[in-house]
Write a new protein. Structure first.
Ligand code: LRH
Ligand code: MN
Length: 424
């Protein structure tokens, strides 16, 4: 299914007056509105190919309908999102869930939808049917050199797929760790993992990056061999200038101060990118901004402050990606809400009077510091995000148009009721 441009223009005409009233009001009390809007137009978020179907838990999966049956249909689905918000201009593939069988055709299809290929993801957290050695006790940490070798070769194969598709980064998330005290020698596990990552690093093309994604627990529940930002930074520093850390918002211990972690990784020049989602307890992979929107704003405040301090281009310097799993929502509606939440948090952060905040911090005027931050957080920035969409040829209200055009019903007619997408 494709959404015709005129359907979007027609929809926007119906909402133009209401939008103009709200935008003019919002813009009247802000400065550098054009600068903010240009940053929003340029800001593109990578959509995970593994989150276009319905997810589940070990207790069950309630299948959705009209889910993509192939990589081609996944690219079409991301194309639908991008047509509606012009902020979803990239897809992040997971190998072997999405092995491209015809690189040329897949690249052409993606280009047709205005999509790039973001970071490619390796998978040594599952055993594939034709796999010789099991990853039950880990992959790059494994005590058996042959298992580590197998994991390295898989990552090099993933890089090869990425090069063919025009991607320029590899995300390595290792489920490696232990579930019981004594099961693992932490030092050996670290050194084996570092040695394996060094072999993968050596295979990276010159202009590529490798993102080392950390996670506090699951599927191992006593230790994870890349368990927190410090361990990920240790690997990235020991690997070299092409290695960075990747922050998945759901991969922290309860009450971790993620905005501080982000600020320090950025200061060190070792923050590679994000997997945006939200959570209340564990790695819940819920809709971004659905549980802790203030934390998301504070993270973007750290990002804007840190990126401007290093003169970084906001849109292109980091990998902005979503990583979510949809157990009860329509996957596409969930992703539309996540992109909206990210754009809102970014806009609020762009409106923070950083100069006033710095002055208040220098005077230890704690109350004033909070007032400056919350002035931006409590500003309804949705008219700015909508105006950026309007200027990009997208819909003023993507979710409403998604429903009015009965996109899911159309996909069901095209694909059938009981189709299941590969992924989580
Ligand atoms: C691990 C993770 C990782 C992906 C997987 C799908 O929890 O966040 O980024 O490989 O989810
Ligand atoms: Mn992730």
């Amino acid at each position: 299914m494709q959404i015709d441009k005129y359907k979007i223009q027609e929809f926007n005409q119906g909402h133009a007056q209401d939008h103009k009233r709200k935008f003019d009001f919002a813009a009247s009390s802000q400065h550098n509105v054009e600068g903010v809007l240009q940053k929003l137009v340029d800001f593109q978020i990578g959509i995970p190919s593994w989150a276009l179907g319905t997810g589940g838990t070990r207790f069950g999966r309630f299948s959705g309908s009209g889910e993509p049956r192939s990589l081609e249909e996944k690219i079409e689905d991301v194309g639908l999102l991008h047509a509606l918000n012009q902020s979803s201009g990239a897809i992040s593939l997971h190998i072997p869930w999405d092995i491209p069988n015809d690189y040329k055709a897949i690249k052409a299809l993606a280009a047709q939808h205005g999509l790039k290929f973001d970071a490619v993801n390796s998978n040594t957290f599952q055993d594939q049917p034709d796999q010789k050695l099991s990853y039950k006790f880990g992959s790059m940490q494994h005590v058996d050199k042959a298992v580590r070798r197998q994991a390295v070769e898989h990552n090099i194969e993933v890089i090869r797929h990425g090069v063919e598709l025009g991607s320029d980064s590899l995300t390595v998330w290792l489920s490696d760790g232990s579930s019981f005290p004594g099961q693992l020698n932490f030092r050996d596990a670290f050194e084996n993992t570092l040695e394996s990552l060094q072999e993968v690093y050596a295979a990276l093309p010159d202009d590529w990056k490798v993102f080392v994604e950390y996670k506090a627990f699951e599927p191992n529940f006593y230790s994870m061999t890349v368990g927190d930002w410090g361990q990920s930074l240790l690997y990235a520093n020991k690997l070299g200038p092409k290695a960075y850390t990747l922050v998945d918002l759901g991969h922290h211990l309860p009450n971790a101060n993620i905005e501080q972690i982000v600020s320090l990784l950025l200061m060190e020049g070792k923050l590679g990118g994000f997997h945006f989602n939200d959570s209340k307890y564990g790695d819940d992979d819920l809709t971004t901004g659905s549980i802790k929107p203030y934390q998301l704003f504070l993270i973007f405040n750290s990002l804007v402050d840190g990126m401007d301090a290093r003169g970084m281009n906001h849109a292109t310097s980091l990998a902005w990606m979503i990583d979510a799993s949809h157990n009860v929502k329509d996957p596409l509606e969930d992703l539309l809400q996540s992109v909206e939440a990210i754009m809102i948090a970014y806009t609020q952060a762009l409106l923070v009077d950083q100069k006033a905040l710095k002055e208040a911090q220098q005077e230890n005027d704690v109350v004033r510091c909070q007032e400056v931050l919350q002035e931006a957080y409590r500003t309804d920035v949705r008219p700015f995000v909508a105006e950026a969409r309007l200027r990009s040829g997208a819909a003023l209200r993507p979710l409403q148009l998604f429903r009015e055009l009965k996109v899911r019903e159309n996909l069901i007619n095209e694909r059938g009721l009981k189709t299941v997408a590969t992924g989580l």
